[in-house]
Ligand binder design. Structure first.
Ligand SMILES: *[C@@H]1O[C@H](CO)[C@@H](O)[C@H](O)[C@H]1NC(C)=O
Length: 249
């Protein structure tokens, strides 16, 4: 009995993680440490106002602690309903008013990306291509060059075969930013979400032209295109979930 009394005197002084560790010691400790009174003491340190109600806001204070007090585990997404096999991307790029790239790119192609970087690309770009984030990419054949003095713009539509609908990803955005140290020219647009997701805004689609320096100061030599939603979605699953939320029509 005295031993139990000691535990009951010590447990209220512990932090939640330590009390949880005590629960793993043996059945007797666990039975004692489960007493919701201890968990009430711990929760009351974080939310003193919970003591103003006679009962815990969840089934037990222990449950409240488990749910909100501990560091949140990174949630894993359920499998997306959409697949790259269902998708087709319509990509058009203009310099001023001349169309310089116009292709229907199947989803699986963008998903696979650029497996073998072309010879002669700089290290910065090589590291970028080998990076862990999921990006949609395609090598462009034939390559094309763009005079730096010209404005360049891009449009991207995406169609899904499972429901015969389309959504707009980029509505003629300019490449306003050319990063010569990263060998990328970038354009972005804000995504339009379905009205069933009214509280989401500010998620951007980024579109990059990947280029080589070709010795000629005035032009960039484009060998690949890249699209991502790096502000919001960085894995394949996240990208598919995000695409699924677009305003499909
Ligand atoms: C695209 O931009 C044009 C011109 O700015 C605008 O009229 C049109 O509504 C836009 N379309 C979409 C789908 O946002």
């Amino acid at each position: 009995m005295a031993y139990e009394e000691v535990l009951k005197a010590v447990f209220p002084l512990l932090e939640g993680v330590d009390l949880a560790s005590c629960m793993a010691v043996c059945k007797q400790w666990k039975d004692i440490a489960r007493d919701d009174y201890f968990w009430k003491c711990i929760c009351a340190k974080r939310w003193p106002s919970i003591c103003k109600q006679p009962n815990p806001p969840t089934v037990t204070y222990y449950k409240l602690y488990q749910t909100f007090y501990r560091r949140q585990q990174r949630r894993t997404l359920p499998p997306p309903k959409l697949s790259f096999d269902d998708l087709e991307f319509f990509i058009d790029i203009w310099t001023e008013d001349r169309l310089i790239f116009s292709e229907v790119v199947p989803g699986p192609v963008l998903q696979t990306g650029i497996k073998v970087p072309p010879p002669g690309i700089c290290d910065v770009l090589r590291f970028h291509l080998e990076g862990p984030e999921f990006k949609m990419r395609q090598a462009v054949k034939p390559r094309f060059t763009i005079p730096l003095s010209q404005t360049v713009s891009v449009s991207v539509l995406v169609a899904r075969k499972d429901s015969n609908t389309v959504a707009c990803i980029i509505n003629k955005s300019m490449f306003e930013y050319i990063d010569r140290t990263a060998y990328r020219a970038m354009a972005f647009d804000f995504l339009e979400f379905s009205p069933v997701h009214p509280f989401i805004s500010g998620a951007r689609a980024w579109f990059s032209l990947l280029f080589n320096e070709d010795g000629n100061e005035g032009v960039i030599d484009v060998f690949g295109i890249e699209m991502d939603f790096c502000d919001t979605a960085n894995s394949k699953e996240e990208v598919l979930w995000l695409l699924d939320m677009l305003d499909w029509k």
